[in-house]
Write a protein that binds this ligand. Structure first.
Ligand SMILES: *Cc1c(COP(=O)(O)O)cnc(C)c1O
Length: 413
């Protein structure tokens, strides 16, 4: 049990989540529309509407509504693989025997689609300015593997990567960029929305994202034929015939019109959610400024993040000893110092949810033996060791956030 400075036990009555769905009412009205008109399948007005809204909002030519962001990434990677290496025989993966460069410090959904297509990821280390793919490490990877033609880059926690530099390196090597904008819907880089920098891109409407359909995702591209092909693959690759005729491997990846109703309602509140997340970030920044920590960084000159998750990193010399095994962790309580584990325990003790930084892919047992390219030692491992995600829920009140800030202070006493 944790105590606040006045010595009272102070857990929140209602849990403060890391990032949970925030509904407003319109979602229900659009879902009800689907129900009352009986468009309860994967066709309907809600789907059409969220696709066109996405194109307008993000400035992409085409959006294909799908069951998840992972499905969108799978189709994005498959479109790229087929374009680069041709359509494989017998429905095999498009990337069999091929290497693909991928972000390292990200959610595993960024890289799994490479494996679905039979490819081998090569993980590219993280830079310190935005906690995303390090362009210098990417350049080095192309020196090591000049034949690679596909790069999958994520924008972590809503912060745009150094997208211009990454795009330039991809272009110089004739490689296709796939942008994983699952966490960064509404963020922009040099005035352009994320999700438009790659040839094929994805966004997600998973339950913890900036807006949600409870689930859902979209494939984004400017290429009409690619969007049409993705749409076809997502609905079991049916050919235009009276019977079920199949030339290509198919998937059941299309979005439901009910889910699309939720997303349609949520889109009305995207800017509001971003404003709330930004206020949360600023409050942490202010509240933690006297501690030996800093917030997750972004390029203030060139980018506008959506502030999806507020994170912090502890200064090196303010870290107490923390030992992480594969699934267990210990630390040594030390005056004046702390570590993510201690802080996460303190946050949890007041009925609130933080989370460690997404554990880098090259440290995951499933990917042991897979290549990792760095120019800085191992920045991803360092951020993972010293960083953490703070409770960032839209519905958290300033008073609740102040208490979270208070228990973080207590960890450094
Ligand atoms: C959430 C997420 C995804 C996957 O989206 P789902 O809709 O959950 O399948 C992909 N990449 C990143 C970086 C994510 O955070």
């Amino acid at each position: 049990m944790a105590f606040n400075r006045s010595g009272q036990a102070a857990p929140f009555e209602k849990k403060v989540w890391l990032s949970s769905p925030t509904m407003h009412g319109e979602e229900l009205a659009y879902m009800k529309d689907a129900y009352e008109t009986n468009w309860m399948s994967t066709i309907g007005e809600n789907i059409n509407c969220v696709e066109s809204t996405t194109c307008e909002r993000i400035g992409c030519g085409h959006a294909v509504a799908l069951a998840s962001g992972t499905a969108a990434l799978h189709l994005a990677v498959k479109l790229a693989g087929q374009e680069l290496y041709g359509r494989p025989e017998g429905g095999k993966g498009t990337l069999v025997g091929k290497r693909v460069f991928a972000s390292d410090m990200t959610f595993n959904a960024t890289v799994n689609p490479i494996l679905y297509e039979g490819g081998t990821p090569v993980f590219i280390d993280t830079e310190r300015d935005t906690w995303n793919m390090d362009p210098d490490a990417l350049e080095r990877a192309f020196d090591l593997y000049p034949d690679v033609k596909l790069v999958v880059c994520a924008n972590l926690y809503g912060t745009p990567a150094k997208l211009d530099e990454i795009k330039k390196i991809c272009d110089a090597h004739g490689a296709i960029l796939v942008e994983d904008a699952a966490e960064s819907l509404g963020s922009s880089y040099k005035g352009r929305q994320t999700g438009t920098f790659g040839k094929y891109n994805c966004i997600s409407f998973n339950g913890n994202k900036i807006i949600t359909g409870s689930s859902g995702g979209m494939l984004l591209t400017d290429i009409a034929e690619a969007a049409a092909l993705g749409r076809k693959w997502s609905t079991q690759s049916r050919e235009n015939a009276a019977w079920y005729q199949h030339v290509e491997l198919g998937y059941n990846y299309r979005m439901s019109n009910v889910i699309a109703g939720v997303i349609r309602g949520q889109y009305l509140h995207l800017d509001e959610h971003i404003a709330q997340k930004k206020a949360i970030f600023r409050r942490y920044e202010e509240g933690l400024k006297d501690l030996p920590v800093s917030m997750n960084p972004y390029d203030a000159e060139n980018s506008v993040p959506n502030y999806w998750l507020s994170c912090m990193i502890i200064d090196k010399d303010a870290m107490c000893q923390q030992d992480r095994g594969n699934t267990e962790v210990t630390y040594v309580k030390t005056p004046g110092k702390s570590c993510p584990t201690e802080i996460l325990e303190a946050i949890a003790s007041i009925n609130s949810e933080g989370r460690p930084i997404w554990k880098p892919m090259h440290l995951q047992p499933i990917f042991s033996g897979i290549d990792f390219v760095t120019v800085s030692g191992d920045t991803g491992a360092d951020i993972f060791a010293r960083g953490l995600c703070l409770p960032s829920d839209n519905k958290m009140t300033p008073e609740q956030q102040d208490r979270i800030i208070e228990v973080i202070h207590m960890c450094f006493e």
